[in-house]
Design a protein around this ligand. Structure first.
Ligand SMILES: [Fe+2]
Length: 504
């Protein structure tokens, strides 16, 4: 059995190496949004500052927007940061995400002529429940096997659609996601990614800010220095699969009214992944440590993730970044080009299963665990602890912070302020003394069948109408009218994306 595990791991490593050999080395770059800040303005400001990023990684927008960016920036290599491909979820291959979502991603990859498809190893939809921001997977062996099989399925779809379009297939990359105050599982996060790498040929993205949140919210910060944590983490993490590194801002979450408590947080702030915030100096120290790692041999790019950040700050941070790191990035890439195939499979980490195909029962079992995960983290009242997984070493108050502060804020204010979206309805609710806070338990009261397309804004409209129907029937008609207007306005607001392509 050990021999077969070893053989599978070797096969995956060898397939990865072949694919990685086709990915060009792109050097320092930027991970951007098409609109925020507007990408041409950003590139123009860089040109004026005498800075020339090696590549732009473009976050998912519409396919016509991707064509438009490709035409507008003919001289810059473009790569793709996908969204909405929930490969951590057991139902991925037969879900809308795994079908229409993958088709759309492939169209956008082709539009950009991207060498890779990067996606967070995280989800906003699980077991019929939707979230506004990413939740990490359950860090368990079963979950790693499901993710690996789904990623292999995704790579197969990307290959097939690339063949149809007569373009080179992009390499699928999984990005280690951030922890927003907590993580759940039964194995360490680097071990999870090692298991996925042993059972699939994917590349990996290591985000330095995300790494800091793992240090902060798995309790490692209470027992070791950042340097010691990073060294230990990288030892287990599949560094030989790292194709790209991200660096982005971190900041404490604010409701806009008052800051979440920062008591005792001088050395351990409650930072979470925040692309619009400045990059803490500490992250560049961690980056230096990562770039010096001996197994980092397939690196193709290091990007600052700068969506939603002021352009002047982006330019200043990028200048500091390339001044310090462009030489070492080039050196790491050159070492990688000289390196031959390196096996990392002498001791496959896969211990329990043979690595064969998953059974339907195993997928069903993981689905059941994700239902419990939603219940425990979103609506539970105690620490999560099941037979299969528990909190990954963080403090109970950190999970409470997510459950009682971050999650309600996300549902009530993020992706559309309810008071602004439904002003008349909210007035009627206030008269009837129905609190908007009641919306949160209604949101999680039951799983909903998957929608055609995940869109948090549209989901929020639908769910809010249901909430009003349930809690204040006399406001229901007004809520339905306002919902209709919102949907129309949303469709109209998305129209200019199409016309963007036509006016070029
Ligand atoms: Fe990232």
């Amino acid at each position: 059995m050990v021999a077969s595990k070893y053989a599978k791991c070797e096969l995956m490593q060898s397939e990865f190496t072949q694919r990685a050999n086709h990915v060009p080395a792109l050097g320092p770059g930027l991970s951007v949004d098409v609109y925020s800040p507007e990408v041409l303005q950003l590139v123009g400001a860089f040109g004026e500052a005498g800075l020339h990023p090696g590549y732009l990684e473009v976050f998912k927008a519409t396919t016509s927007a991707m064509h438009w960016v490709r035409r507008q920036l003919p001289g810059i290599p473009l790569t793709y940061h996908g969204e909405g491909l929930w490969t951590t979820q057991p139902d991925f291959p037969r879900s809308n995400s795994g079908r229409q979502g993958v088709e759309e991603a492939c169209a956008q990859l082709a539009a950009l002529n991207s060498a890779w498809l990067n996606h967070e190893c995280a989800t906003k939809q699980m077991a019929g429940y939707a979230f506004g921001t990413y939740l990490p997977p359950l860090y368990t062996e079963l979950s790693a096997r499901v993710t690996a099989e789904n990623v292999t399925f995704l790579q197969g779809q990307v290959d097939a659609l690339a063949r149809q379009a007569a373009v080179d297939p992009a390499l699928v990359l999984l990005e280690m996601p951030p922890l927003t105050y907590f993580g759940c599982g039964a194995i360490t996060i680097p071990r999870f990614f090692r298991l996925v790498a042993e059972q699939s040929a994917c590349g990996v993205v290591l985000d330095i800010g995300h790494l800091w949140t793992v240090y902060r919210y798995t309790g490692a910060c209470r027992r070791q220095t950042v340097e010691a944590f990073v060294a230990e983490f990288l030892d287990e993490f599949p560094m030989e699969r790292v194709i790209e590194i991200h660096v982005a801002g971190l900041a404490e979450f604010s409701t806009g009214e008052e800051r979440v408590s920062t008591a005792g947080a001088i050395d351990r702030p409650y930072w979470i992944d925040t692309h619009g915030a400045p990059i803490p100096a500490l992250l560049f120290e961690m980056l230096a440590q990562v770039l010096a790692h001996p197994r980092l041999r397939r690196l193709k790019g290091v990007a600052l993730e700068v969506d939603t950040k002021p352009i002047a700050m982006i330019v200043e941070e990028y200048r500091r970044f390339v001044t310090r790191f462009s030489t070492s990035i080039t050196e790491v890439q050159q070492h990688g080009q000289a390196a031959s195939h390196v096996s990392s499979c002498s001791e496959p980490a896969l211990a329990i299963h043979e690595g064969g195909s998953l059974t339907a029962a195993e997928r069903t079992e993981l689905q059941r665990q994700y239902q419990a995960y939603v219940r425990e983290v979103a609506t539970g009242s105690a620490l999560p602890a099941t037979e299969e997984w528990s909190l990954l070493g963080g403090a109970s108050e950190d999970l409470l912070r997510y459950r009682t502060t971050y999650l309600p804020y996300e549902l009530l204010h993020w992706g559309g302020e309810l008071q602004d979206m439904f002003p008349k309805t909210c007035g009627l609710l206030a008269e009837a003394q129905v609190s908007l806070e009641q919306f949160v338990p209604v949101w999680f009261s039951r799983p909903r069948p998957e929608q055609d397309d995940y869109d948090f804004f549209l989901l929020k409209i639908d769910r809010f109408v249901e909430f009003v129907e349930q809690w204040c029937s006399r406001a229901a008609l007004v809520a339905r009218q306002e919902a209709g207007e919102l949907r129309d306005a949303y469709r109209a607001a998305n129209e200019p994306i199409g016309s963007m392509g036509e006016c070029v």
